[in-house]
Design a protein around this ligand. Structure first.
Ligand SMILES: Cc1ncc(COP(=O)(O)O)c(C=O)c1O
Length: 447
């Protein structure tokens, strides 16, 4: 039987045999069975059409249904779908992609290690940091400073780097070595702000204080998303990252940029820290490297870190790698995906569409429950509150609005009390207006 011959109810019944990510009976009744995607739209098995305001999970940057990417996968699979990429072997697309990516995000990051996704990339980043410090004679430096509200993935180390407690609760005890500090969240900053100090500086100071508290000789790295996605689409003030970079340099701590969401154009720049003129020591990427057409992620590292691997004695080998590191088909799709992003100038286009989305979302601030509208490039958050003056987060309302938007043909995602919008960079002006119109109509109904 082909998929189209199966009816929606049968598919939903069969789906009960699948344990979904973040599954809870409340959130997985009557799931949408997505059967096809085209541009920014998803089509369900029961005949609905939904504008995907989240580009999947912040990643389908070139939009759905791209023949070129299907073709790239087909051609590579026919030739060589996969082979080992462990030492002593390589494949053509992986070498070409590593070459393409050398200095692509940040001029100092020339060497790439491939993974299959974001969580693997962050676990690899922590292992790279540990490895590096051992090789330079500082084996006690293993701790990671992260931020509250951070989402770094769901492998064990990434779980405890994540700064959202719900992800920890059922999987403790916590892994040792992770400390969290307040995020640079201008709307509701949790740290202390001194007289005359900006929130960006205060949030950066929280990192410095954590390094001092833990002991600089024990801290390996700071990890930060340039824009916190799952934490509520938090865009830091402009003075934050330059100061974080200075602090890391001052105390001999590596800076890991988790650009799993922000990489490849989401923030209106190719990479999220480009905007601040800051370069990390280690980069984690995934998601939009293939626009989700194949699972692929990775890390990029500075020459200084790479040299510690290249000059290691046999006893200190880089014993780290995945079966699918440098997967030939995934790398071939990534190369074609990057060619599309460049040829169609999707970073610039996404930024232009983002400005239109921001202008539209800002008109919704007149609703009593819209507390804050924020974002950059083509990633936006609309934070819902029960009381504007008290800024009381309204998680239940965010969940309700999300459901109502879906019923009216718009997919958003409630991350806490914030509705996230991160549509394909290829979205048109009319489709942007459709997002604002549907969200506005839902808020209007509720008002
Ligand atoms: C910033 C960030 N880091 C890491 C991850 C984990 O990536 P993956 O789900 O591919 O393991 C995510 C996923 O959303 C993310 O948003």
């Amino acid at each position: 039987m082909t998929i189209s011959q199966l009816d929606n109810a049968t598919l939903q019944a069969q789906d009960k045999l699948q344990l979904h990510p973040l599954q809870h009976p409340k959130t997985h009744t009557d799931p949408l069975v997505i059967e096809r995607g085209e541009g920014v739209y998803l089509y369900t098995a029961d005949g609905r059409k939904i504008l995907d305001g989240m580009a999947g999970l912040w990643n389908v940057n070139v939009g759905y249904g791209r023949e070129e990417l299907a073709q790239a996968a087909y051609e590579q699979m026919k030739r060589l779908a996969f082979t080992s990429n462990f030492a002593g072997m390589t494949n053509v697309p992986a070498t070409q992609l590593a070459h393409k990516l050398s200095g692509y995000a940040y001029s100092k990051l020339k060497t790439t290690f491939f993974t299959s996704g974001g969580s693997e990339s962050n676990d690899s980043a922590f292992k790279i940091a540990r490895y590096y410090w051992k090789r330079v004679g500082k084996p006690d430096k293993f701790k990671i400073i992260a931020r509250k509200g951070a989402y770094h993935g769901i492998t064990l180390a990434a779980t405890f780097a994540t700064g959202i407690e719900r992800y920890h609760k059922m999987f403790g005890p916590p892994m040792p070595g992770f400390a969290h500090v307040p995020a640079p969240y201008p709307y509701r900053f949790e740290g202390d702000v001194r007289d005359g100090e900006s929130i960006g500086m205060a949030a950066a100071r929280a990192i410095e204080e954590a390094i001092l508290r833990e002991g600089p000789d024990t801290v390996a790295a700071v990890i930060a998303e340039p824009v916190q996605g799952v934490g509520g689409v938090i865009v830091p003030p402009d003075d934050y990252f330059p100061r974080v970079r200075q602090i890391c340099d001052q105390y001999g701590v590596l800076l890991i940029a988790d650009e799993v969401i922000t990489g490849f154009g989401r923030t209106g720049e190719l990479f999220g820290l480009n905007r601040y003129g800051v370069q990390p020591d280690i980069l984690s990427f995934a998601k939009a490297i293939t626009s989700g057409y194949q699972p692929l992620g990775g890390n990029q590292i500075t020459d200084e870190i790479y040299d510690t691997i290249q000059t290691a004695p046999d006893t200190d080998s880089w014993m780290h790698g995945y079966t699918y590191s440098g997967h030939a088909t995934a790398c071939a799709v990534a190369l074609r995906n990057l060619a599309i992003i460049e040829a169609e100038k999707l970073v610039e286009h996404g930024k232009e569409m983002g400005a239109r989305l921001l202008a539209g979302l800002q008109t919704l601030k007149e609703f009593a429950n819209v507390g804050d509208v924020r974002g950059i490039g083509l990633i936006y958050g609309v934070e819902l509150v029960a009381d504007k003056a008290a800024k009381t987060p309204d998680l239940a309302l965010a969940a309700k609005v999300t459901r109502m938007c879906q019923d009216r043909g718009l997919r958003t995602r409630n991350v806490g009390s914030t509705l996230a919008f991160s549509p394909p960079l290829s979205i048109t002006a009319d489709e942007i207006d459709e997002i604002v119109r549907i969200l506005g109509s839902v808020l209007d109904t509720l008002a």
